[in-house]
Ligand binder design. Structure first.
Ligand SMILES: O=C(O)CCC(=O)C(=O)O
Ligand SMILES: [Fe+2]
Length: 223
């Protein structure tokens, strides 16, 4: 028979296991790595920022009112086979962890950004055929001034591709393309002049990939 303290041990073990499985954001600065892209552009990657995000992913797939998006967007004609939902400033987000993530990002980037992240754009890539073509987030102020766009990646791993704009003819810009594999819980942050001097894309893939959701946090007046 298991005595009282034995029961307590079992309960404690149980709760420790639960804790380990509980969804949580790690310390943002720990494991954050910056790559300078030249011409004032940079990209930060923080692998595994969100731990145990399976339930959040499932909840977002289920409960976000996704809309089909296949139209012209950004500054060129962009084919956008994916589902989206935009949460404007002040609109309640579907899970409190997303508020926590946005606020942690606002604190971390305060000195560089000078204003908080306030909107959340969500995209659902159903499989490898869904994608977003080359573009910069240049709708609004980001067409003229530096900004920061922070993206939390959930679900299946996909590649975020980055390449210098205008065939790399922007003075000081690094002359190569980058491919960042983004896995479940990873954070990627594009900053400085990145939206103006670089383009990014989520390329289609013939790999058998499941659904992926990206949550993009932006400042007011930037899409
Ligand atoms: O899904 C992503 O990680 C990128 C999305 C994106 O570039 C956009 O919606 O502007
Ligand atoms: Fe974008």
């Amino acid at each position: 028979m298991v005595g009282y303290s034995g029961v307590m041990d079992l309960m404690l073990q149980g709760s420790l296991l639960d804790l380990a499985d509980e969804m949580s954001l790690g310390r943002l600065a720990a494991g954050l790595h910056r790559t300078e892209l030249g011409a004032g552009a940079w990209v930060d990657v923080r692998p595994g920022w969100l731990a145990a995000g399976d339930e959040l992913f499932a909840l977002l797939v289920r409960s976000v009112p996704w809309r089909a998006e296949r139209r012209t967007m950004y500054d060129s004609v962009v084919d956008v086979p994916r589902l989206t939902r935009f949460y404007a400033a002040g609109e309640p987000l579907p899970h409190p962890l997303l508020d926590t993530a946005r606020d942690a990002l606002s604190v971390h980037y305060e000195a560089e950004l000078g204003e908080p992240f306030v909107t959340a754009g969500m995209c659902l890539y159903r499989d490898g055929r869904d994608s977003v073509a080359w573009h910069g987030d240049r709708i609004g102020r980001s067409n003229d001034v530096d900004t920061i766009v922070a993206i939390l990646s959930l679900g299946s791993a996909r590649t975020l591709a980055l390449r210098p704009r205008n065939g790399g003819r922007i003075p000081g810009s690094l002359q190569k393309a980058l491919r960042l594999p983004l896995a479940h819980g990873d954070l990627v942050v594009m900053g400085g002049s990145c939206q103006r001097t670089w383009d990014h894309a989520i390329p289609k893939t013939s790999e058998p990939v499941g659904p992926r959701i990206s949550v993009q946090f932006r400042v007011a007046g930037v899409r």
